[in-house]
Design a protein around this ligand. Structure first.
Ligand code: NDP
Length: 709
């Protein structure tokens, strides 16, 4: 609203000399106005919001205030004077907010945020104030005095932005980026105003701008710098201290722990330690390794309550989830591979009477796992159990946002008898991850993370030609045919969108519903989604917890704002939840968009939050084509009672992991992973064994060599 700030401090041409004489630089217009003037200004704001600029005549104001038109003229001269005074009051309030926010901003990025937060503050979206502003915007082009002032003050807003940007980007970029931010602030506000405040509220507008600014500033930083800055913003107030990381409880903002970051020396030492430990570990029989891994499973089960609570505090996920999924899924994984360890084998090949061949499935050596923050312990287990069953040593780096439960896993391993050095946890930011991916003595990386991280890891791993398993992002389709059991399909869609507050890679976020049952589906979905219990993640009744960080919450709210701006219809949710104690955490209400189109950003981009996009379809061929029209290929599901159709459609879907009449169940026995940009390789099942071993082919001669020499 640069335009609207234009009139700040503007002296109405008709301001009485007496009043002017009493002004001094410390006073704002509101302090200066006599009670009668103030009353008339408030009446004018009311009139502007109700009858607009044209209708707000001196006579109208006089009649509303129950005074004579002469009295209004006495204070303000003419209509332009009256309106300028009213706008000066609105602008003064806006600038007070800005001053307060700038006063608390310690960094350049925070100063930019202060401008965004002030100009898109909730007060600016208040219907009365906002509509009055809108009337002013319309008048600026026709009233030269207002126009002049608007130009002056727009320059002032730009200079605030340029000044803050000058420390972050080159000067020329700073100027154009400042203009872009100002234009977006004005634009998003104007769209909200013109839609009668339906298209965006203050929160989603600010989130949209925040995501835009982060994205633009991100393009000016090196990848390693970006991760660091994001961390500093999201996790700690300690600025650029790259030697420590701070983990917080995203439900409360409370600091949980500060940990030392591992650098080149520590990584090198960990690799050397792992190398010597691995030689002994690999020399055990599979059965011996399996026996120890089985004890890890038992240890995890025995400590389920403690570990689930820690995971809940570190991730913000409800205890009703972590106590039945996160730890136990890890335990099942260790149990499964403990059972398979003794059976890891190559094959025998009959090569005729003079020879036979066989293959040996051998461990790779030292491998590294790099985890995402959504299922920290489960990811650590899914990577480590098969790696160890195959005789490798694992160095695991959890995400910087969730470093705690991997350390507990190390404890459980030690108690179970896993030899020292076979499983080690290192901590740090993306730089620590890169030390692993570039280390010449690490033979494999298994990453769970974003597509762009997978690409960076792949390129870093190329120099030492490491094997890779990449579990990356997705935007998976969930297709509901008209013969599906509607309540079951609603349950599947909710499970596939709102579990873990939507922070699940395989979520079915594109929900295609057949036209014939869509109304019925939406009605049930709305009812059941609105009834979800959002709250303290430690409360066993809570169904939806906090998102992982403030930065991530802002990204999710930005996506929601974009969805609204692109014309998706908000069915339920759509905003941050700040009631009571939730105000200090990062909670977003489960959100459903209807009337989505394939080209909308909420339909194309991974949001990784509780946001479902519902799309309508009619024909099977049509929905298959639309479901496949994405660069991702992690998961997919079909809901139908017609099993022939279910298998036919599944066979045509480009996805690594599929469900029929269910969603997001991931038994350890079934391989899990993606195609296209969603990843490489598989976790779980027997398939994972192939990714943690290398084949040695052996030819065994049974007769003398018939040499041609
Ligand atoms: P990121 O890709 O940001 O991070 C994943 C891990 O990689 C973190 O430990 C991170 O460290 C590390 N890392 C980041 N950059 C590099 C680098 N250049 N070299 C080496 N390591 C690096 O993912 P998120 O943690 O944000 O997790 C969310 C993403 O994970 C989503 O896209 C989601 O879809 C995906 N995911 C995929 C799953 C699957 O199985 N397919 C399952 C779960 C999530 P740091 O944390 O310090 O930045």
């Amino acid at each position: 609203m640069a335009l609207r700030t234009a009139i700040l401090n503007t002296q109405s041409k008709s301001t009485s000399q007496d009043t002017r004489a009493r002004r001094d630089s410390t006073e704002g217009p509101e302090e200066l106005e006599e009670p009668r003037r103030r009353q008339l200004i408030e009446v004018t704001i009311d009139a502007l919001s109700e009858v607009g600029y044209v209708g707000s005549t001196l006579a109208e104001i006089a009649s509303r205030a129950n005074v004579s038109p002469g009295l209004v003229a006495h204070y303000f001269g003419d209509k332009d004077g009256l309106l300028a005074a009213a706008f000066r009051t609105l602008a003064h309030r806006s600038m007070q907010t800005l001053r307060l926010r700038l006063g608390g901003a310690r960094t350049s990025r925070a100063r930019i945020q202060a401008v965004i937060d002030a100009y898109l503050a909730p007060a600016e979206f208040d219907r009365r104030t906002g509509t009055a502003w809108l009337a002013f915007w319309g008048a600026v082009l026709h009233v030269e005095s207002l126009r002049r002032i608007q130009r002056i003050y727009q320059r002032r807003m730009l200079s605030n932005l340029r000044h803050a940007l000058s420390c972050l980007v080159p000067p020329a970029e700073g100027r154009s980026l400042a203009a872009m931010i100002a234009a977006m602030i004005d634009g998003v506000w104007l769209r909200a105003a013109l839609s009668g405040w339906r298209e965006a509220d203050s929160e989603s507008a600010r989130a949209l701008l925040t995501a835009f600014v982060d994205n633009r500033l991100g393009q000016h930083r090196a990848p390693s710098e970006m991760a660091g800055d994001a961390t500093a913003r999201a996790r700690s107030s300690t600025g650029a201290d790259r030697t420590m990381l701070t983990t917080i409880n995203p439900a409360t903002g409370a600091v949980l722990a500060r940990l030392r970051v591992d650098g080149p020396r520590e990584i090198d030492a960990a690799v050397s330690h792992a190398q010597s430990a691995q030689a002994h570990w690999a020399a055990l029989t599979g059965a011996e390794r399996g026996r120890i891994l089985r004890r890890v499973a038992d240890g995890l089960r025995a400590r389920n309550a403690e570990l689930a609570e820690l995971e809940t505090r570190d991730t913000g996920k409800p205890i009703q989830e972590t106590s039945v999924v996160d730890v136990l899924s890890g335990a099942e994984c260790f149990e499964y591979y403990a059972g398979l360890a003794a059976g890891i084998a190559g094959e025998h090949l009959d090569l005729g009477p003079k020879a036979f061949g066989y293959t040996r499935r051998e461990p790779l050596g030292v491998v590294a796992g790099i985890g995402a923050w959504n299922y920290p312990l489960q990811i650590a287990c899914w990577k480590t159990a098969p790696a160890l069953a195959c005789g490798n040593a694992m160095i695991f780096k959890p995400a910087e946002l969730t470093p705690l439960t991997a350390m507990k896993l190390q404890e459980v391993m030690r108690e179970a008898g896993v030899p020292d050095g076979v499983f080690q946890v290192v901590q740090g930011f993306a730089e620590t991850g890169r030390l692993l991916t570039r280390h010449p003595r690490i033979r494999k990386i298994s990453l769970t993370g974003e597509v762009s991280t997978g690409q960076a890891v792949m390129s870093d791993a190329a120099a030492s030609l490491k094997s890779l398993t990449l579990e990356l992002g997705g935007k998976s389709p969930l297709i509901i045919f008209d013969d599906a059991a509607v309540d079951n399909a609603v349950a599947g869609a909710m499970l596939g969108n709102f579990y873990s507050a939507g922070e699940v890679c395989s979520n079915g976020t594109r929900v295609f519903v057949h036209r014939r049952i869509k109304a019925q589906f939406l009605a049930r979905l709305k009812e059941r989604t609105a009834a979800l219990r959002i709250g303290d993640p430690r409360d066993p009744r809570t169904q939806v917890g906090a998102l992982i960080s403030e930065e991530h919450m802002n990204k999710v709210l930005g996506c929601i704002a974009r969805g609204r701006a692109e014309g998706a219809r908000l069915l339920v949710g759509g905003s941050r939840v700040t009631s009571g104690e939730l105000a200090s955490g990062y909670f977003v209400a489960p959100t459903v968009f209807d009337a989505c189109r394939d080209e909308m950003s909420v339909v194309r981009e991974e949001i990784f939050g509780p946001v479902m996009a519902v799309l309508e379809f009619e024909e099977e061929a049509e929905v298959v084509a639309r479901a496949n029209a994405t660069e991702f290929g992690l998961a997919a599901a079909v809901f139908t009672r017609d099993l022939t159709r279910a298998h036919r459609v599944i066979a045509r879907l480009q996805a690594g992991t599929c469900w029929i009449n269910h969603y997001n169940v991931t038994p350890i026995e079934l391989p899990f992973g993606g195609v296209k940009l969603s990843g490489l390789g598989r976790e779980n099942g027997r398939a994972a064994l192939e990714h943690y071993t290398q084949l040695k082919s052996v030819y065994v001669a049974l007769s003398d060599i018939e040499a041609p020499y």
